[in-house]
Design a protein around this ligand. Structure first.
Ligand code: CMP
Length: 139
């Protein structure tokens, strides 16, 4: 069993597709074992994306992530990290395979509907950024 951190970004929350995205997780065998709706502060958005601090898109990314509430969840299942990345599709929605979350719901590389951890170490860090052990309801 593996866990990954998923964020439904402000664009997808505003489009009212939280449920549609959750259904995709569930149909792929990923269990939602923790969840919280949250409007990120600048400090939180910058802290979460700190690895990208030097990238040219950092400022726009942070501004976008603060632009409205997000839905943050921990997904649990076999190969959860890779499985979630398959469901999401490529970072740039223009490159995302048909039927993926980003192909269906994203509009640009910033407003790209979802975030998912990219590896085991980042998954651990990202989960701990938002949830304490006592807030994760693994069954
Ligand atoms: P995410 O998976 O949340 O991780 C970092 C985010 O930066 C990424 O999705 C995109 O929304 C955003 N971003 C903007 N421009 C780029 C870029 N050129 N390369 C990668 N990520 C980008």
């Amino acid at each position: 069993m593996e866990r990954t951190l998923s964020i439904i970004k402000p664009d997808a929350v505003a489009k009212n597709v939280i449920g549609e995205i959750y259904t995709r997780f569930e149909r792929a065998g990923l269990k939602i074992v923790a969840a919280r709706m949250k409007h990120l502060s600048r400090e939180e958005a910058e802290g979460f994306y700190a690895v990208h601090r030097e990238r040219p898109f950092f400022k726009d990314l942070v501004a976008f992530m603060m632009s409205g509430p997000v839905m943050v969840q921990v997904l649990e299942g076999e190969d959860a990290i890779a499985r979630n990345r398959e469901l999401m599709g490529a970072t740039d929605p223009q490159q995302a395979a048909p039927g993926t979350i980003r192909a269906d719901f994203a509009t640009s590389i910033d407003a790209n509907a979802v975030h998912g951890s990219d590896g085991a170490d980042t998954a651990k860090e990202e989960i701990a950024f938002f949830f304490g052990d006592d807030e994760i309801y693994s069954r």
